[in-house]
Design a binder for this molecule. Structure first.
Ligand code: MIG
Length: 799
């Protein structure tokens, strides 16, 4: 069994016995006879870092992934020296390190094994490049499941799969194709009702094998760098994901318009075409907040220029679009055209900002503009320069968002589709080759773009979208899943990719609705938009090669379905915004795969399609043509069918009937779902009421609503509110308690409460414990009541 990526290879080297150890505050160092050092750092009771070197000393510790503003600390830390092993114990886990061979194992406090080394750390000398090929193998039990790893286009549960991480422009990728655009070397293991996470923070090309090569072994390895990983204890998947997201960082709130519907194509030009598109949205009354300009808006694909023939007066156009409620988002690629008349090229050259080959010449590669040089975004000075380039585009022209593409980085006409691996990078003062910097190149471009757009958009919030990403990119940017295809299989893939990215810390993500390559049928487009309105980022995009992909490119039935579902998204904006708040505050993923929702129910472990949107809405797409319904698994608990308001009991697989203009959507019993009126774009309307859909249940359920100015930074100064609705349902009464934190004043004055599934007729109503003269007959007939927004307790009583 010998291949270049093999985990067990006869040239492999292993740590020998431990000869000494030291402790330094939260870190323990174990030295072996053959110069291996293991450094164990306890960051939190359930977050431990393991770092290995084979040189006897560690190189500079630097990571682009880790959010350096995160807080650390633990409640307990004990160390003991036993006969055969050392033991480190926190208030959550125990870690044993074998004296004979440095293998380690981690247990919960009741001694149940969480994770155990198989061969453990081993390595192979890399005589070609220097350093090591570093390897790790862990024992895996039957019944163990694996999740995470970013954008992988394969089944949710990664058991039986081998994964490769090397950011790649993978046009029209297929199911199971590897590698893809993004690199998130983080997975979640679930075994015996306990979840744990592993984040292998190594930016070289990495591999993960989940019991594919050997049935009871999980392994990960890298072509270079350090064996450097974080262990995160659950026991709930939620704990793993929120801790990982804390470690690698969270974004700031996007402007609310960024959560609206976006329209894109390669490319809308000239200006008259852009205006036709935006006018048609308003005419057909399909809400839309953003219009995108792809590469043809530029002069010969030169970034930061405009083709003046197509767009004679960009500032005026952007203003006119904005007056009609459209934000303009433009694409910016990393390739800078080699053209001595072009100012961006001149500046880059003058300041020596472009990436160089090992022997000195600038890295040259062909992309859209022809031959290009590429900024070294791993140099802080270059990022600063790049950020400054956005001044005119944002501050003068009024563009509101920037779209970073081709940043894997993609290069045309070369077999490896990217830079040669000898290209040099600054890596923030840790000079290295492209082998190490490749996977973070796109992230650093997005970071530089973010800082520029943010600076010039201030006091409003910036919006950035990137194609390539490494773990932690969520701090700077949203993302999309790249060049998918207009096929039913790709609809299945998109659903999984967005869920997977969501539990991999990168929540603000969506797919090209309808498919980028090829042409969707009307039915496929309809089924795609029905799913995608439940994705945090919601944009139709297509290559434009095979015809149009605006809603009106299809028949009126599809137009109506599109309008119906985009309307629903706009109604659900306060709900979506609230889940975004929970994501940025607590690291809670906006989409929750079923296994995340209920890991104790083994029925969820291999589900792909159903997911929870936010906390209380269950969505399941229709993934086949001519469907009149589908089989799906409804998780345990009581659910209301959103379309019929019928109550269904979960915990089983069942057939759900749907129509062409529906997909299965269920609301958790007891939930209070906030809704806005349909608007054609965010902030179009001023309204008097916030609608609350209240789904009766016998028992108690809490729901939350976050509110702020929807743009700007006042929320950081405390100008937001957080509403908690606690609903207590009894046989003949419902009590709604409202707790409000924060001091944001909304424009609306009332709640319109829709009463769904109420099992009794209302006879009397108390507001703040005082009897109120409501017309109960009218309320019973209409199914709703209107109350002032400042109430504390609302008490509905039946006879
Ligand atoms: O080589 O800018 O994924 O969204 O429309 C193709 C043109 C370059 C790839 C992106 C796609 C974009 C297209 N780009």
């Amino acid at each position: 069994m010998i291949t270049n990526t093999e985990l067990e290879y006869k040239g492999d080297l292993y740590p020998t016995k431990i000869v000494s150890f030291e402790k330094n505050v939260d870190s323990f160092y174990f030295h072996t006879d053959n110069n291996v050092v293991l450094k164990v750092t306890v960051l939190r009771d359930s977050l431990i870092r393991f770092r290995f070197t084979t040189k006897g000393y560690f190189s500079n510790d630097f990571s682009y992934a880790i959010d350096t503003t995160q807080l650390h600390g633990y409640n307990a830390l004990e160390f003991s020296d036993e006969v055969d092993y050392y033991q480190i114990t926190t208030s959550k886990v125990k870690c044993k390190i074998q004296k004979a061979d440095l293998r380690l194992s981690i247990y919960d406090l009741s001694d149940a094994v969480l994770l155990e080394d198989e061969l453990g750390f081993h390595w192979e000398e890399s005589y070609e490049f220097g350093g090591n090929i570093v390897k790790m193998s862990k024992a895996s039990k039957d019944g163990e499941s694996f999740y995470g790893l970013g954008d992988k286009a394969t089944q949710m549960n990664l058991k039986g799969k081998r994964i490769e991480n090397f950011a790649t422009d993978q046009y029209a990728f297929q199911k199971d194709q590897e590698p893809l655009y993004k690199v998130v070397p983080f997975y979640i293991g679930l075994q015996n009702k306990q979840s744990y996470g592993i984040f292998f923070d190594n930016t070289f090309r990495t591999f993960f094998d989940f019991c594919q090569e050997r049935r009871n072994v999980t392994s990960f390895w890298s072509e270079g760098g350090e064996m450097n990983y974080y262990f995160i204890y659950g026991p709930k998947m939620e704990d793993v994901v929120t801790t990982y997201t804390d470690l690698t960082g969270k974004p700031e709130l996007p402007p609310l318009w960024a959560l609206g519907y976006h329209q894109c194509k390669w490319s809308y030009f000239p200006e008259s075409n852009v205006k036709e598109i935006t006018a048609k949205f308003r005419e057909l009354k399909i809400p839309c907040d953003a219009i995108y300009l792809d590469i043809d808006y530029m002069e010969g694909f030169r970034c930061f220029t405009w083709n003046k023939e197509y767009f004679p007066d960009p500032k005026r156009m952007v203003k006119e679009l904005s007056d009609d409620g459209f934000k303009t988002v433009v694409i910016i690629d990393p390739g800078i055209k080699i053209d001595k008349e072009y100012s961006v090229y001149q500046e880059g050259l003058k300041n020596d900002y472009f990436c160089k080959r090992a022997d000195g010449p600038y890295m040259k590669g062909k992309v859209w503009p022809g031959e290009c040089n590429f900024p070294d975004y791993t140099n802080p000075e270059v990022r600063e320069w790049w950020a400054g380039l956005f001044k005119e585009l944002i501050a003068e022209v009024g563009v509101k968002g920037v779209w970073n593409d081709m940043n894997e980085p993609a290069v045309m006409e070369v077999p490896n589709k990217t830079f040669p691996l000898d290209v040099r990078h600054d890596y923030d003062g840790n000079p290295c080759s492209h082998r190490k910097a490749h996977n973070i190149y796109g992230m650093q471009m997005a970071r530089a773009t973010y800082h520029g757009v943010k600076k010039y958009t201030y006091p409003k919030r910036p919006f950035i979208i990137t194609r390539s990403a490494y773990a932690g990119t969520q701090r700077y940017s949203s993302s999309w899943t790249g060049d998918n295809v207009a096929t039913w299989e790709h609809l299945w893939i998109a659903n999984i990719q967005v869920q997977r990215l969501s539990i991999s810390g990168m929540g603000f993500t969506g797919s090209d609705i309808g498919g980028f390559a090829e042409q969707p049928s009307g039915e496929l487009y309809a089924r795609w938009i029905q799913l995608a309105v439940f994705h945090p980022f919601c944009r139709t995009h297509s290559s434009g090669d095979h015809g149009d992909q605006e809603p009106w490119a299809f028949d009126t039935e599809v137009i109506d379905i599109t309008r119906k579902f985009v309307n629903l998204r706009y109604q659900l904006l306060p709900y979506l915004y609230t889940m975004f708040w929970q994501y940025i505050e607590e690291g809670v993923p906006m989409l929750k795969p079923l296994v995340y929702y209920d890991q104790d129910d083994t029925q969820t472990h291999y589900r792909n399609d159903e997911f929870i949107f936010g906390n209380q809405i269950l969505v399941c797409p229709i993934l086949e043509p001519n469907s009149v319904g589908r089989r799906m698994y409804l998780p345990k608990g009581e659910w209301y069918n959103y379309w019929t308001n019928r109550l269904v009991c979960g915990g089983k697989e069942m057939w759900i009937d749907t129509k062409y203009d529906e997909i299965p959507v269920f609301v958790k019993a007891g939930a209070v779902i906030p809704k806005y009126p349909v608007q054609q774009y965010v902030e179009e309307l001023d309204f008097d009421e916030l609608t609350l859909d209240l789904y009766y249940k016998e028992g108690i359920e809490k729901s939350v609503v976050y509110e702020d100015a929807q743009d700007g930074y006042d929320y950081k100064k405390g100008r937001f509110s957080f509403l908690t609705f606690q609903v207590t349902g009894k046989e003949k009464e419902v009590i709604i308690q409202l707790h409000k934190e924060g001091k944001f004043e909304t424009n609306y004055s009332d709640y319109k409460i829709n009463l769904i599934g109420l099992p009794f007729r209302i006879k009397s109503i108390q507001l703040n414990n005082e009897h109120e003269d409501f017309n109960c007959d009218e309320i019973n007939t209409n199914g709703f009541l209107i109350v002032p927004k400042e109430f504390h307790v609302l008490h509905l009583m039946g006879a």
